[in-house]
Design a protein around this ligand. Structure first.
Ligand SMILES: NC(=O)C1=CN([C@@H]2O[C@H](COP(=O)(O)OP(=O)(O)OC[C@H]3O[C@@H](n4cnc5c(N)ncnc54)[C@H](OP(=O)(O)O)[C@@H]3O)[C@@H](O)[C@H]2O)C=CC1
Ligand SMILES: N[C@@H](CCO)C(=O)O
Length: 430
C-alpha cells in the first residue's frame, strides 16, 4: 500500500534557496499532493537569525536554533539542508539526520564533493535516501537524467557550464564592456553567489559539481581533489574581445571523460565557438552536455542558480521521496563506486595565448623560438597597432598538450622581450 501520510520536512537554511522551497510548498500544496499521492508539509525550520525578515511567514513552523537538533526530531521524515558549507553545521545536521533514520535532500555541492562517498555509504547503511539534484546546475534535472533516464548507457563524456555567477560575469562583460568588479556586484544582487564568492570565481564551486557528475557518469568515487581547477579572475575584457573577434566566447567549461590514461576532470576558462550551443549561453544560464554510447549527445540548458530554479530542483527530490523512490545517491550503491586514476589534461587542444611584447627587431622570432622549444607549433599570430613600445600579440597554437603549454609559458616568462604574464586559454572545439 502506498504511504498516504504527509511527508514532513525540516528545513535547515532559510536564505535564497530555503525561502524558495517554503514558497513552493505553500503555493503548490495541492499540486504536490496530487503528484506525490500524499501531502508535503513543513514542520520545522532553522537558520541563524530567528528575527530576520525573509519575505515569507515562518511563524507557523516550529523554530529550531540548532539544525542538528531539528535533524533528530521524531516528527520529521526529511531534512532539507540548505545552509551550505562543506563541514560545520551542514555536515553535522546531515549526519544526524541519517543516523536517526531520516532522508536528506540537499543543494550543498561543497558538502558532497568532500564527503559524498561517506554520506552516501552512511545513508545506505541506515536505509535512508540522500538526494542532491539542486547541487548541480540549479534548475536543470541533470542528476535525474544521469541516474534514471540514461541508466542504460555507458557514459563517455560529461561537460558543461555549471556556474551561473561566472557565466553571468563573462557574458555581461562582453555585452556591457564593463569590468569584472561591477558585474560581480550584479551577480551578487541576483542571489547567485556562494557565501564565499571565491568558490564561484575560483572555479571551485563548478569543480565540485563536475566531480559529482563524474561520479555518477563513470561509477567512480567522488574525487574533487583530482579536478584540475582554474577560475575566471585572470580573464580580462581584452581577452573576451579578442576571442569575440576570432568567433569565440570565453566560458568556464567543465569536462569529465574517461580516457585510456584514467579519468580526466577539468574546470577552466575555455574559448568555445560563439555559434555553438555552449557559446550562446547568456547570464546565469547553465548547460550540461552528456554523451552516452546508445543515446548519443544530450544537451540540457536552464537556469543554473537563483531562488526559483534551485528550489524547483530541491522539490523534485522531495516529491521523489514522497513517492517512495529509492535510488542510490550516485546512481549505484556507494560500495560499488570504484576509485578512478586521475588523468591530467589527457586530451590535447589548441591554445589562445596573449602577451605583451617589446616592439623591436627579432622579438617575434624569440617568441616563436620559445614556443618551438616546448614543442608548440603556431597556427595563427596577430600583432595589434599600438602607441608605445609594447605591442599586444595574440598567438593561436596548433593542438598540443597542457604540459607543452606549461613549458612554453615557462620559456616565455624567461624571454626578456615578453613583458608581464602571458595568458593561456584552451580552445575547446565543442
Ligand atoms: N543560491 C543559489 O542559487 C544556489 C545555492 N545552492 C546551494 O544551496 C545552499 C544554500 O544556498 P543559499 O540559499 O544561496 O544560501 P544563503 O546564504 O542565502 O542562505 C543560507 C542559510 O543558511 C542559514 N545558516 C547558515 N549558517 C547556519 C548555521 N550555522 N546554523 C543555522 N543556519 C545557518 C542562514 O541563516 P540566516 O539567514 O539566519 O543567516 C541562511 O538562512 C548552499 O549549499 C548553496 O551552495 C545550490 C544551487 C544554487
Ligand atoms: N553559486 C552558484 C549557485 C548555483 O550552484 C552559481 O553561481 O552557479
Amino acid at each position: 500500500m502506498p504511504d498516504t501520510n504527509p511527508l514532513r520536512l525540516g528545513i535547515a537554511g532559510l536564505g535564497t534557496v530555503g525561502v524558495g522551497v517554503v514558497k513552493i510548498v505553500r503555493k503548490h500544496a495541492k499540486l504536490l499532493e496530487a503528484r506525490a499521492g500524499r501531502p508535503i508539509e513543513i514542520i520545522a525550520v532553522s537558520a541563524r537569525s530567528r528575527d530576520k525578515d525573509r519575505g515569507v511567514d515562518i511563524a507557523r513552523y516550529d523554530w529550531e536554533d540548532d539544525p542538528v537538533a531539528m535533524a533528530r526530531r521524531d516528527d520529521i521524515d526529511v531534512l532539507v539542508e540548505l545552509m551550505g558549507g562543506s563541514d560545520g553545521p551542514a555536515k553535522a545536521a546531515v549526519e544526524a539526520a541519517i543516523a536517526s533514520g531520516k532522508h536528506v535532500v540537499t543543494a550543498n555541492k561543497a558538502l558532497l564533493a568532500h564527503h559524498g562517498q561517506d554520506l552516501a555509504a552512511a545513508a545506505e547503511k541506515a536505509g535512508t535516501v540522500l538526494r542532491f539534484e539542486a547541487a548541480v546546475a540549479g534548475g536543470i534535472p541533470v542528476i535525474k537524467a544521469l541516474t534514471e533516464g540514461l541508466a542504460g548507457n555507458e557514459i563517455t563524456k560529461v561537460m558543461g557550464v555549471m556556474n551561473g555567477t561566472c557565466n553571468y560575469i563573462l557574458t555581461r562583460m562582453e555585452a556591457t564592456h564593463q569590468g569584472y568588479n561591477a558585474l560581480f556586484e550584479e551577480a551578487h544582487k541576483l542571489g547567485f553567489l556562494e557565501a564565499d564568492p571565491q568558490l564561484d570565481v575560483g572555479g571551485i564551486d563548478a569543480g565540485h559539481k563536475l566531480s559529482l557528475l563524474a561520479s555518477i557518469a563513470f561509477g567512480t568515487q567522488v574525487n574533487f581533489d583530482a579536478v584540475e581547477l582554474e577560475g575566471i579572475e585572470q580573464i580580462s575584457l581584452r581577452d573576451i574581445e579578442e576571442a569575440a573577434e576570432m568567433g569565440y566566447r570565453i566560458k568556464l567549461l567543465g569536462v569529465a571523460q574517461m580516457t585510456g590514461r584514467g579519468l580526466e576532470q577539468r574546470m577552466s576558462p575555455c574559448l568555445v565557438p560563439a555559434a555553438s550551443p555552449l557559446g550562446q549561453l547568456e547570464g546565469g544560464t547553465n548547460m550540461v552536455v552528456i554523451e552516452g554510447d546508445s543515446v548519443g549527445q544530450i544537451v540540457m540548458r536552464g537556469a543554473g542558480a537563483g531562488e526559483g530554479p534551485t528550489a524547483s530542483a530541491v522539490m523534485g527530490d522531495v516529491v521523489d521521496l514522497a513517492r517512495g523512490l529509492d535510488i542510490s545517491t550516485f546512481g549505484m550503491p556507494a560500495s560499488r563506486l570504484v576509485p578512478a586514476k586521475p588523468a591530467t589534461a589527457a586530451v590535447p587542444a589548441a591554445y589562445y595565448l596573449r602577451m605583451e611584447l617589446e616592439d623591436k627587431p627579432g622579438a617575434l622570432a624569440k617568441v616563436a623560438a620559445a614556443l618551438g622549444e616546448a614543442g608548440v607549433s603556431i597556427d595563427r599570430m596577430r600583432q595589434h597597432g599600438h602607441q608605445n613600445t609594447v605591442a599586444p600579440v595574440i598567438v593561436v597554437t596548433h593542438r598540443c598538450s597542457r604540459a607543452q603549454i606549461d613549458a612554453a609559458m615557462e620559456g616565455l616568462a624567461k624571454t626578456p622581450v615578453v613583458k608581464g604574464e602571458t595568458v593561456a586559454i584552451r580552445i575547446e572545439e565543442v
